[in-house]
Design a protein around this ligand. Structure first.
Ligand code: ADP
Ligand code: MG
Length: 679
């Protein structure tokens, strides 16, 4: 690009590094300067362009200081009003000058008016624009005019134009009735006046449709390339011997749900392949993912390999350890536990067991992927609550098997349901299994919204629940700005509740406690020795105490939907009807009100996630992925679901039959932005 360093720097802030980036920098909206309206005919409430002669120019002081000009054409008079203006403008817009204005006409204090229109002085008969005026996303110090000019030059450059070759095979173009790529790019930068400005603005125009399709296609292609590459790696073949599984199942005290059976079959089949599984197991909170993970682990173990389960918090890891010990010890499976908070000597002992292979199943936290931890033969790595871990952490664990040249299989689990369109797009490099059913005998949680000033009503409910031998969670407000403040609030809440309920055993668990202290408190709660547990959001993931049937969440308006859903999932785990009370503080912001409405109306995690995606876009769901995966700039997953399916179809077809075009397409759209996919 022939621009100076200063401009180059500004362009790079917009993600523009080369010609191709430049011409794919597409307008956010358009202005129609191809047409002049008569002042008397111009519709109100739409952006219109008018032209007239300035017949009056005045700075008024009341109701506030502003510049008022009256403009006249053959059909009428219009007021142009500036609330902020330079004194030079008073001169520029002198009486007698001819001016062209673009803006919305409204009825104001001074009659029909345009406030702060886009305007410029013109000569009589000056020609109109030949195409709609594109308005580009830009950055401080780079004006629309400059940017439009640079892009305009880019579009005339013959080399650039050659770079616009068609990468999508004819067959697909016809099948999905797509507009040509070069035509689409040209049209979006300089749409002719005949094009529907409405369709351009709403991005439903065929040219937009094509660009979005191409963007989604690039994403699909890169994900699928990655997916296929993984199949060329080696992993241990773990046969379905089923001896340990057949011993475990009768001991469980429950039957697997058909959803659990189905997903286990998918995982189990993957484990028999000679390339590494990379599967995401999704299931709402309480859907029973742990037992499925346990069965998968057994399949590795009975083939002489080790399995590891990694959890994001000490509480959760400990809980897995207890549950899995109870299941596995009767089978003679040796299970060890590794945590950051362990004493050095004990840690070494456990690590020795892991290195020698004595440990068949290893449960732990982040401590599992520290470099000192060496596995004897890791066959399967299971990552619970995967969105809590960064990409690199997951990989570190995966690499643990590379002592031999075998990659371990990888199972990721998530209780944050990922909406279908998201798993089809950003997660298309993974296989996905879904547990779409809860174990029987659960009664749905009743959600109540209560304004904070009515919190006294809750006291009676807590008394009542505890008299019935039920247990209660009290979740303290989330204070994102300060951990210290969060802790202080938790302490105060705890003290306050102890005074309010002198006859109850009240416990407190928060993030600053040592892992051992946390575990002790959770155990007391589990055993019923604590009746009211005050907690920060550390209990968000995985905690399982079926006898707890009442939960109070303070300042629920501050929490995100998935967090609320996760928290609420801690109750409703027993046969008894459970209640979740969301205390909120007024006034509510619009988005907080919307979130509370959604969580109140829905219990299905997938529906909540779908609405959350609509509310906030994909960022939140991607968690650690976000940093590694190029985000979609043009396509909208909700709105463009149909294109997403087409792109998915097309990606497979291209990888099979048009590998070169596929490669060209990927580098056009992603260039060097596919780092993550290479690891
Ligand atoms: P999550 O999917 O949230 O990790 P868990 O695996 O912790 O859920 O399971 C929640 C509870 O349900 C546990 O107490 C577990 O033992 C129990 N459970 C799992 N599967 C079944 C089933 N098929 N029938 C009855 N209870 C089950
Ligand atoms: Mg779990």
């Amino acid at each position: 690009m022939s621009v100076n360093v200063d401009v180059q720097e500004k362009l790079s802030r917009l993600g523009i590094y080369n010609e191709l980036d430049l011409i794919l920098h597409l307008p956010i909206r358009y202005e129609d300067e191809t047409h002049l309206f008569l002042i008397g005919d111009a519709p109100q409430g739409h952006t219109v362009q008018v032209e007239g002669v300035i017949i009056h120019n005045e700075v008024v002081i009341r109701p506030r200081r502003q510049l008022i000009c009256r403009i006249e054409d053959d059909s009428g008079i219009l007021v142009m009003r500036f609330v902020n203006f330079y004194s030079s403008q008073i001169k520029t817009y002198a009486v007698g000058k001819r001016i062209r204005l673009l803006g919305e006409i409204r009825n104001g204090f001074f009659g029909a008016e345009m406030v702060h229109p886009k305007c410029r002085i013109v000569r009589a008969g000056e020609s109109l624009a030949h195409s709609l005026t594109p308005i580009y996303p830009t950055t401080a110090g780079l004006t629309q005019k400059t940017l439009a000019k640079i892009i305009g030059q880019g579009l005339q450059d013959t080399q650039t134009l050659q770079a616009l070759i068609e990468t999508v095979p004819d067959k697909i173009i016809r099948k999905y009735r797509l507009k040509g790529f070069d035509d689409s790019v040209m049209c979006l930068h300089h749409p002719s006046p005949e094009e529907s400005i409405e369709a351009l603005q709403t991005r439903t125009h065929p040219a937009w449709r094509r660009i979005k399709f191409d963007e989604l296609l690039a994403q699909q292609l890169s994900m699928r390339v990655h997916y296929r590459q993984r199949r060329s790696l080696n992993a241990p073949v773990l046969e379905q011997k089923n001896t340990l599984k057949d011993q475990l199942l009768p001991q469980l005290g429950f039957e697997l749900t058909s959803a659990q059976i189905k997903v286990y079959a998918e995982i189990s089949r993957d484990l028999t392949a000679a390339y590494p599984m990379q599967r995401l197991l999704q299931g709402d909170v309480g859907s029973g993912k742990t037992i499925v993970a346990a069965l998968a682990a057994l399949q590795a173990i009975e083939n002489g390999f080790q399995a590891a389960i990694m959890a994001p918090t000490e509480i959760l890891a400990e809980q897995h350890f207890m549950k899995l010990s109870a299941w596995f010890e009767p089978l003679g499976v040796h299970i060890v536990w590794l945590s950051g908070g362990m004493r050095k000597k004990q840690k070494q002992t456990e690590m020795d067991k892991i290195a020698s292979g004595v440990a068949q199943l290893v449960v732990g936290t982040h401590a599992l992927f520290q470099s000192q931890v060496v596995f004897h033969q890791l066959g399967l790595a299971i990552i619970d609550e995967q969105h809590r871990f960064g990409v690199h952490q997951r990989l570190a664990l995966r690499m643990k098997g590379t002592q031999s040249d075998l990659m371990p299989h990888q199972l990721m689990m998530s209780a944050t349901p990922i909406p279908r369109t998201l798993s089809m797009s950003y997660f298309a490099d993974l296989d996905v299994s879904i547990i779409d059913q809860l174990p029987p005998g659960r009664s749905p949680v009743i959600t109540k919204l209560i304004a904070d000033r009515r919190r006294d009503e809750i006291i009676a409910r807590i008394h009542f629940a505890c008299q019935q031998d039920k247990q209660v969670y009290w979740v303290c407000p989330l204070i994102e700005e300060s951990e210290a403040l969060q802790l202080q609030t938790a302490m105060e809440t705890y003290q306050h509740l102890r005074k309010t309920f002198p006859e109850l055993n009240v416990g407190l668990v928060h993030g600053r406690l040592s892992p051992q202290e946390k575990a002790e408190i959770m155990l007391l709660f589990k055993e019923g020795k604590i009746q009211l547990l005050v907690a920060t959001t550390v209990i968000e993931v995985g905690v399982d105490v079926p006898n707890a049937s009442l939960m109070v969440i303070e300042n629920a308006e501050r929490m995100g939907l998935s967090q609320l859903h996760q928290l609420r999932g801690r109750v409703g785990r027993g046969p008894e009807a459970s209640i979740c009370i969301l205390l909120f503080q007024q006034p509510l912001s619009k988005i907080a009100r919307e979130r509370l409405r959604i969580i109140f109306e829905h219990t299905d995690g997938f529906e909540i996630a779908r609405q959350d995606l609509q509310l906030r876009g994909p960022g939140e769901f991607l968690g650690a992925r976000q940093s590694g995966v190029p985000m979609l700039r043009f396509a909208d997953l909700e709105q463009d679901g149909e294109l997403l399916e087409a792109a998915q179809d097309c990606a497979n077809e291209m990888l099979n039959n048009y590998p070169e075009l596929a490669q060209q397409h990927i580098s056009r759209w992603l260039g060097n932005k596919t780092e993550y996919l290479r690891v």
